[in-house]
Design a protein around this ligand. Structure first.
Ligand code: NAD
Length: 546
């Protein structure tokens, strides 16, 4: 079995972080959590992350392995936090001492250093356990530690004195600091493309201003053809068409059948004919509105008509926002094979409005979540922590879809930037897909792609653990998260391992007849070549194996 390391790439900036740091007892965790509620952003406490990862409390880590071991764990947590965006992060009191690590965390962040007078800190910390560096019997130690760290705190960010203030007061100041730093409206994430970077705008109400954004991205376009999935024709597509009309552009419409049925040569032929009728040329804009299937079809039509017409993608499913709308792949299904005819054609602009997801059935939404979990498993470990803690609505859907879309776009954009032609690092995105494609084939596509990815992600991760590439415990954690999100972890009865193995044999990801599998690994993923499919499939949950 050959192994290739696929390192997690640097992620493009999204919304800034709000980083709350300061000496122990200044209220970083409490005020940070309260500020996150005010800002409606997720909250991560890095001391808690360290303790959870180590499986023991911080005093236990200090007592057992010493401060250096704690600092190593803390450095890793800080580095992972720096990969998030739009999140409130409370650090441990000593995180500022690692200047390089803290600089990484601060790069795109509003940093607030909470302070308090020595007397107030002594009062707050009196009788409280769990502070391994402070000895209650030695009051001089607190003053000495404060003194030792004062320079590092002064360099770290703007100070906010908490002496005599309630945590709610302090939280309001933190929230105000963040709002000063972060402009309202959509977040812009740039994705590398052949004509330079193109923007993905993620934010509520983005569709209402679609016209202005298309105008800005394609100033010469006078004709816009909105090609939409029939399921979104009267909703998102109508909204986009109205906004385009408001800018004075000539706006025409075309429709493709909903879902996978639209990804056919016949449908593309219809779209090409409509383009001829409307006088589309290379100065026009094709605005694709819908799920991944509609974007693939409209994108392929735009890629091939007149040797390429500028494309704007307006994804309306989570999967399309997180994945299909950016990266330049367009395709139709042909001769019974999925995505077998296609072209690379990057959009000039992507508008991802989480409000468009309101009408999406829960099952389709969950399918997108599987792809987000898959990317986080290799590119943003702390995003998994946030998803584990994110409140769910009455239908079991995570509350903060805008945050999820933002992280997903940043992760996908990073792989596209590193590997535009899909020849190397982007293979990381195939995690879970070797088994998933087998399940889709064996079920004659009755198992939706995202559900198959959830099942494949788990089986492939368990396989990774069995060959000592994936850290132990990764699979059980993913299993709990996928289950929490309402995703299946086993194929349905009747889709057995033998049929899955046969379908895996036809997978286009095979290299020279050998099965390849991507598994999570420290610092990213590993591509394992020449893998025995039966060995991977032995990790499908036993109740459905035959
Ligand atoms: N090009 C790429 O890089 C890429 C990446 C991943 C997947 N894909 C492709 O994407 C397709 C899957 O995409 P998908 O999961 O978005 O499925 P989909 O496009 O089939 O959409 C799922 C269903 O939801 C409906 N729908 C879409 N938006 C809606 C909304 N807002 N409200 C209500 N209904 C809505 C659609 O009509 C469809 O019935 C596959 O064909 C896959 O091959 C392409």
């Amino acid at each position: 079995m050959k192994r290739h390391h696929l390192p997690a790439p640097p992620l493009p900036a999204g919304r800034p972080l709000l980083v709350v740091t300061g000496f122990m007892g200044t209220g970083k965790t409490t005020s940070g959590a309260e500020a996150s509620a005010m800002l409606r952003l997720p909250f991560v406490d890095l001391d808690e992350v360290v303790a959870r990862r180590a499986g023991r409390s911080i005093p236990e880590i200090f007592g057992g392995e010493g401060e250096a071991a704690f600092r190593t764990l803390e450095r890793a947590a800080v580095a992972d936090a720096a990969r998030l965006s739009g999140t409130v992060i409370a650090t441990g009191g000593g995180a500022v001492l690692d200047e390089a690590g803290f600089a990484g965390l601060s790069r795109n962040a509003a940093v607030v250093v909470l302070t308090a007078t020595a007397d107030e800190l002594a009062r707050r910390l009196a009788g409280k356990g769990g502070r391994p560096l402070i000895d209650a019997a030695d009051p001089g130690r607190l003053a000495a530690l404060l003194d030792e760290r004062s320079d590092a705190y002064a360099r770290a960010g703007e100070a906010v004195d908490t002496t005599g203030r309630t945590t709610a007061d302090v939280a309001a100041v933190l929230a105000a600091r963040f709002r000063e730093r972060v402009p309202g409206g959509a977040v812009r994430i740039d994705v590398a493309g052949p004509h330079g970077p193109y923007p993905v705008l993620v934010g509520a109400a983005t569709l209402r201003t679609a016209g202005e954004e298309v105008r800005a991205a394609l100033p010469d376009a006078e004709l816009a053809v909105v090609v939409s999935d029939a399921a979104v024709g009267s909703g998102a597509a109508a909204q986009v068409a109205a906004s385009l009309s408001d800018t004075g552009m000539r706006v025409e419409r075309a429709s493709v059948p909903a879902g996978e049925a639209g990804k056919s040569l016949g449908v593309v032929d219809d779209v090409w004919r409509r383009f001829v009728e409307l006088g589309v040329d290379r100065t026009s804009a094709v605005v694709a509105v819908g799920g991944g299937a509609a974007l693939d079809t409209a994108g392929f039509a735009a890629a091939t008509f007149a040797r390429g017409v500028p494309l704007v993608n307006v994804p309306t499913t989570l999967l399309a926002m997180a994945d299909a709308s950016l990266g330049g792949k367009t395709a139709i299904d042909h001769g019974g094979a999925k995505n077998s005819v296609g072209a690379f054609h990057h959009p000039r602009l992507v508008l991802a409005d989480p409000d468009a997801l309101a009408s999406l059935p829960g099952r389709d939404l969950r399918a997108g979540l599987a792809e987000v979990v898959k990317m986080a498993a290799t590119a943003s470990p702390l995003a998994l922590d946030v998803l584990e803690a994110m409140p769910l609505d009455a239908d079991g859907i995570p509350a903060d879809l805008a945050w999820i879309v933002e992280q997903a776009v940043r992760m996908k954009a990073a792989y596209v930037a590193e590997d535009a032609a899909d020849l190397g690092l982007r293979h990381t995105l195939n995690l879970g897909h070797t088994v998933a494609h087998g399940i889709e084939g064996a079920s004659a596509y009755a198992v939706p792609h995202g559900e198959a990815v959830a099942i494949g992600l788990l089986a492939e991760t368990r396989f990774g653990e069995s060959v000592a590439v994936t850290p132990e415990g990764t699979a059980s954690r993913l299993e709990a998260l996928l289950t929490r999100l309402g995703l299946p972890i086993a194929p349905p009865a009747g889709v057995d391992a033998r049929a899955i193995a046969a379908a895996m044999g036809a997978d286009k990801k095979r290299r020279a007849g050998r099965t390849v599998v991507v598994v999570p690994a420290p610092g990213g993923a590993e591509l394992l070549e020449d893998v025995d499919p039966a060995a991977v499939l032995s990790f499908l949950p036993s109740e459905v194996r035959t």
